[in-house]
Design a protein around this ligand. Structure first.
Ligand code: 5GP
Length: 122
């Protein structure tokens, strides 16, 4: 899948859409989800142009992959979730209903987020 420079997270990286940023470094940007599904719902995105985890793990350098994952852990700790716990998830493609075609990891917590995501048929 070709990367769409007009996707919303690409615009966020270019500073064209405002966000509540919680962390930024050379590999990642983290911000609050606009439609939170839990008391804490953060998104962590890589700085590079990758459509999803599939694309990221095929095309990104080891430094980018490592830097991004370190950022995810840091953001969760910074949000105070290490003690109580949290879930990370990343949607890829149609069956996962990925909405924004720029790779992102959701961090959700701040309450018990249940056993697992809903896998109910639509
Ligand atoms: P996906 O379904 O692609 O894994 O998740 C996309 C997420 O991006 C959703 O949770 C949605 O609420 C969030 N989102 C979409 N547009 C914006 C936006 O403009 N700003 C922020 N902060 N989050 C957004």
């Amino acid at each position: 899948m070709e990367y769409d420079e007009q996707n919303v997270f690409s615009k966020i990286l270019r500073g064209e859409i405002p966000i509540n940023s919680v962390y930024e470094d050379e590999y990642a940007l983290a911000f609050e989800d606009i439609n939170p599904q839990a008391p804490v719902h953060l998104l962590v995105i890589p700085k590079g142009s990758y459509v999803s985890l599939d694309d990221f793990t095929m095309e990104a350098s080891e430094k980018e992959v490592a830097g991004f994952l370190f950022a995810v852990g840091h953001v969760a700790r910074q949000a105070g979730l290490s003690g109580s716990g949290y879930r990370i998830l990343a949607n890829h493609g149609t069956d996962a209903n990925q909405e924004v075609p720029h790779f992102h990891v959701h961090i959700v917590g701040g309450r018990n987020v249940g056993k697992m995501i809903s896998l109910k048929d639509k």
